[in-house]
Design a protein around this ligand. Sequence first.
Ligand code: GAL
Length: 414
Amino acid sequence: MKKLLLGTAAVALMSASATVANAQSVEVLHWWTAGGEAAALDVLRQDLESQGISWQDMPIAGGGGSDAMTVLRARVTGGNPPTAVQMLGFDILDWAAEGALGNLDDIASEQGWDEVVPEALQAFSKYDGHWIAAPVNVHSTNWVWINNDALEAAGGELPESWEDLIALLDNFREQGIIPIGHGGQDWQDATIFDAVVLSMGTDFYQSTMIDLDLDALRSDTMVEVFDRMETLRGYVDDNFSGRDWNIASAMVITGEAGMQFMGDWAKGEFLAAGLVPGEDFQCIRYPGTQGSVTFNADQFAMFNVDAAQVEAQHAMAASILSPEFQVAFNTVKGSAPARTDIDDSAFDACGQKAIADLAEASANGTLLGSMAHGHANPASVKNAMYDVITGHFNGEYTSEEAAEELSLAVESAM
Ligand code: GAL
């Protein structure tokens, strides 16, 4: 009996201290495990720790976040959601529709989020008029990262059109440089696909990737998109299958490869390696997409957690949207701020271009959600597209078959 009482007391004590610990801690699920990503995340961790909030890290490696989303599903099904979860676009709305997310309206109104967060992001940070996620950044996917020495060796001209691009890729090859550093994973193939579709025009991107017009999906223009994907596939090295995106970035950083098509989180890797934009590498929009942007914004979706954890959760949301954090984090991560009122002077040349391009695209109606990163359609449609894009990239379909398959796959996923 005595033993039992002691045991009960110990449990009571433990749960009391757990409550205190919970009140001051956040558990954060994310996929920011590459060098530049981890450095950026550290800015947030340190910010919270300086407020006395401890950080329980829950990293699930895998660019694009599919693996993280699988783990999240298991955690929520098990009745134990993390405090905050890195999340993209339609996934946030899906979780909100399930009633799994908390409400950030109080902090949002205290900090005036409605006035400063771009509307394109608010579409995913709010559900039913309520704030449910804290936007961290705006990335975009239609970038090309080019090693400067490789570029000089190959004639020094930055490509502005498809023809220029092919000429440069050929030139890289002649110099013994792997033309394209790429990792053969579905979301990376899809990231290139975003840019190639966009290069056919914003109307075509809108009708295929966002409006899911089945005729446009199987059109001759889509066949041409797949033809171009096949052409690009001819410039990657033999070992590309399964390679992580940051390893592909490293190939460009060292000059083993000439260029990488990747979102601007790649810049985080270049910076972490000590490279300087303009001097050591170039950032340009994918040829033919100048003036348009396919964006993806990382947000922290805030789950319904115990009352004891809500205070720390809200402190985290408030930190994320503070102007100081937006500068400190995004200058490291490679992204643009999730607020429109941030001075760009602390950003490097690529960051300033990202901020200016976003503002311009937003004003001109050429700012479009990235299909590859969950901002064009829900995961069911995205995954259906991934299968066809990757299948074609690996030679499973001809371009004509791929366009037809894409239309069929989307139709059954809709
Ligand atoms: C994206 C995410 C970026 C970056 C990238 C690679 O989906 O938005 O922040 O982390 O994956 O991991």
